[in-house]
Each structure stands twice: as C-alpha cells, then as structure tokens.
Write a protein that binds this ligand. Structure first.
Ligand SMILES: [Zn+2]
Ligand SMILES: [Zn+2]
Length: 85
C-alpha cells in the first residue's frame, strides 16, 4: 500500500513539473462562441492548437452526438480512420 502511494505521489510531481516547463502559450484560434481558445497544446509553427490549425484538414464525418468529428484525416482522404468506411 505504501508502495502504491509512492507511485501516485511521484506521478503527480512529474505531471506538475512537466506543466511548468511548458511555455504559457495559448492557441490563437477562437471557439464557435467567439471566445479565445484556451488550449495550451499549441503547435509552435502555427500558434494554433490541433483543432484550430489552419493547415489541418478536418474529418467531414460526425460523431454519434452529431458534432463535427475533430479527428485528423487520413492521407488522400477527407475522413478519419473511424469515418473512412
Ligand atoms: Zn485552439
Ligand atoms: Zn471522423
């Protein structure tokens, strides 16, 4: 039990230090409601997060909830792995 606790504590410390190492870079994109995107997982080249990357081709499929699929498309395709059927 003590061993397990040590692992958990170590994981928390590791995650925290990793987050601090990252630059406080925020995505330049905006959400559908016009609010600035808060994603900090941003590509340094573009300044956009994965979802707002202008060079990224989004899947034309829809999720089961009816929302646009945000998956990365396959090469020479307009749909992701899941919707490419
Ligand atoms: Zn974004
Ligand atoms: Zn898809």
């Amino acid at each position: 039990m003590k061993y397990l606790l040590t692992i958990v504590l170590f994981s928390v410390v590791t995650l925290t230090s990793t987050a601090q190492d990252k630059q406080p870079l925020a995505c330049k994109g905006k959400t559908k409601s016009g609010v600035a995107c808060k994603s900090t997982i941003v590509a340094k080249k573009t300044g956009y997060c994965n979802a707002h990357d202008p060079n990224r081709v989004k899947c034309t499929g829809k999720t089961t909830a009816g929302n646009p699929c945000m998956m990365i498309v396959q090469k020479n395709s307009t749909t992701c792995r899941i919707h490419n059927k």
